[in-house]
Design a protein around this ligand. Sequence first.
Ligand code: AMP
Ligand code: ZN
Length: 493
Amino acid sequence: MSLYKSQPIKIYNTLSGEKENFTSIHEGNIGMYVCGPTVYSNVHLGNVRTFMSFDMIFRYLLHLGYKVRYVRNITDAGHLTDDGDVNNDRFVKQTRLEKLEPMEVVQKYTVYFHKVLDLFNFLPPSIEPTATGHIVEQIELIEKLVANDFAYVSNGSVYFDVLEYNKKGLNYGELNNRNVEELLANTRDLDGQNEKKNPQDFALWKNASPAHIMRWNSLWGEGFPGWHLECTAMSTKYLGEYFDIHGGGMDLKFPHHECEIAQGKACNGSSPVKYWMHANMLTMNGLRMSKSTGNYILPMELINGENTFFEKAFHPNIVRFCFLQAHYRSVLDISNEAMVASEKGFNRLMESIAVLNNLQAKNTSSLNIQSWRQNCYDAINDDFNTPILIAQLFEGARYINLVNDEKETLTQDDLEVLKNTMHSFLFDVLGIKNEKANDNNSDKLEGVVEMLIEMRKQARENKDFAMSDQIRDQLLVLGIQLKDGKEGTTFSI
Ligand code: AMP
Ligand code: ZN
C-alpha cells in the first residue's frame, strides 16, 4: 500500500483560509506549479527560502509515494517593475546596465540560479519551462480572452477587463478577500493607465515601443506578454486546466495569483487550482529581504563568508536546516545568532546519526519507536510542519544516545525503524546532503580513525597515557570524538 494512504496530509489553502484535508484530483498523482525566479539578477537568500519550502514539499510528496509532476518556470521576459513601458522592464534595464543581449542576461542568471540550487541540494523540477518559450501559447490565450469579451485591445496592447469579469458573475479578488473597490484604492497610478478602461485592468500584452528590444509579432502588432499570463499558459499546458497545487511567495498573492485565477476562469470556465500555497518571507534586520531595497545577502556570500553581516561562513546544510526550523508560513528573520544556534543543533543531530550505525540490538525494546515514528509523520502531515518534525528528530537523537549509553534497549527491528526514519526524514525529506554517503574519502577517514583508536589502545596497554590522551585530544580538535564503552571505543565525526 502506498504510504500516502496511511499518512493523510493537511494543507493550508490560501483560497479558503483554512487547513484542509488533502486529496489529489487524480488518485496517486499530483500536479504542482511554483512560480520561478525572474532571471534578471542573482537570486537572493529570500528567493532561496521560498524555493526551498517547495523543494521540501515536493520531496515529502514523493516520499509518500505520489507521482508528482512539478513545474517551476523561469520568468525570462515580461516581468515589469510596474505595469508600464520599457523603462520598467527588468530585463531591458539590466541589458542596458550590463551591455548584454537580453538572452545573455537570462542565461547568466539562470546558470547562477541552478548553481545555487545545486549547492543547497534541491531536486530538479519535472519541467522548467520559460516564458519566452511559450509566447505562442500566451498569444492563443489572449485571443480566447478577447473573443470571450474578457479582454480588450487598446493602442496595440491588450488588457484584461476586470469589471467585465465581475459583471459576468465571476469574483475578482477571491484569493485576497478583497473587492474591486478596495483593489482600486490600492492601485497606483501606473504608466499605461490612459490606455485602460479601468485602473485595475491588467496587461496581457504590451505594445513594444521602438526602444523595447524584447518583442514578438502578434495580431496586435509587435509586443511582449504581461507577466501574469505566462504562468497560466505554462501551468495549464503541462498540468491541465485544473491542477492540485500552486505555490509561490506570499508577495505573489496579489496581484499575480489573483490574475492567474481570473485568467483561468475566463479561459476555461473554472478556477485553475485546488490548493493555493504561499510561503512566507525571509527578513533581515526585521525587514523583508529584497534586491530593490539593498536589504539582501546572496547565497554564495553566506557560504563563503564574504559578507559583513555574519561572523563566519556557514555550510549549505546549516542554511537548509535553519530555514526548515521555521514553518514555511512563518516569517523567518535571518541572523548570526539564528545560524549559530542551528549549526549547534545540526551538529548534535549529525553526531547521533554517526553513532546510529554502531548501536547494539537487544532482545527487547524499552522505547516505543513506532509511536515516535508516527509523531514524526503527524508533524509533517500537519501542513508540512518542519520545526515540529525537527523537534521529533532531536527526540530520535536522544533515543540513540540513551541506547548507546545502554540506558535503554531496542530490538534489531526497532533499530532499523529508528535508522530508516531518521535517515529518510533528514536526507530525503528535509534534503540535508548526506556528506558521508557522498564522500568517497569517508571510508578512508574511517580507516585512519580506526587505526588511531588501535594505536591508542596499544599505548594504554603500554601505560603510555600521555600518548593515548594526545591521540584522543588531537582527534577532538579535528572534530572527531572518541567514546570509550564496554564494547570498545567508538567515534563520531
Ligand atoms: P522573483 O524572482 O522576484 O519573481 O521571486 C522569486 C520568488 O521568491 C517568488 O516566489 C517570491 O515570492 C519569492 N521571494 C521574494 N523575496 C522573498 C523573501 N524576502 N523571502 C522569501 N521569498 C521571497
Ligand atoms: Zn507565476
